[in-house]
Design a protein around this ligand. Structure first.
Ligand SMILES: CC(C)(COP(=O)(O)OP(=O)(O)OC[C@H]1O[C@@H](n2cnc3c(N)ncnc32)[C@H](O)[C@@H]1OP(=O)(O)O)[C@@H](O)C(=O)NCCC(=O)NCCS
Length: 122
């Protein structure tokens, strides 16, 4: 949308990062369904690469894939693809997100927690 554009009329990179962060969080939350975890937060974003400009009117699709599971962390690769009614999907941005599982404490604050493996994986 026009409000998401930068001064040269393409998608503002910060907006792309925000959307990709949501896609990464969604993948992590989906994986952590029915576990001891309350939520995940973003700990790190590595190797982000903008490979193609996205123009106003383009659709943006996201593919988020878990590539590593740590003790409290989950590493997710997010690819963003641009697409239009006339053009097929093309990779526009790719990044690696590290999300960390957190649990609400008695004092209302959220603290890092090890995510217990789901029974199917244990
Ligand atoms: C996320 C948070 C709770 C983690 O607590 P912490 O005590 O700092 O935890 P650690 O430093 O031990 O790191 C937790 C995990 O992240 C990993 N990690 C830490 N720094 C990292 C980095 N730079 N890159 C990738 N992974 C990293 C650790 O290896 C660890 O993984 P593991 O448990 O699977 O072994 C805390 O750092 C925090 O609150 N950060 C702010 C989060 C935030 O506000 N995000 C933006 C909004 S969502």
């Amino acid at each position: 949308m026009p409000q998401d554009a930068n001064v040269i009329g393409t998608l503002f990179g910060g907006q792309m990062v925000s959307w990709m962060d949501i896609a990464a969080a969604k993948a992590a939350h989906r994986y952590l369904k029915n576990t001891n975890v309350d939520a995940v937060v973003t700990r790190a974003i590595d190797t982000i690469e903008f490979t193609q400009p996205v123009h106003v009117g383009d659709w943006v699709n996201f593919n988020a894939k878990i590539i590593k599971k740590g003790i409290s962390s989950i590493v997710i690769k997010v690819d963003a693809f641009k697409e239009t009614i006339k053009k097929d999907q093309k990779l526009a941005c790719t990044a690696i997100f590290t999300m960390v599982s957190v649990k609400k404490q008695g004092n209302g604050l959220y603290k890092k927690v090890a995510h217990k493996l789901k029974q199917s994986e244990g």
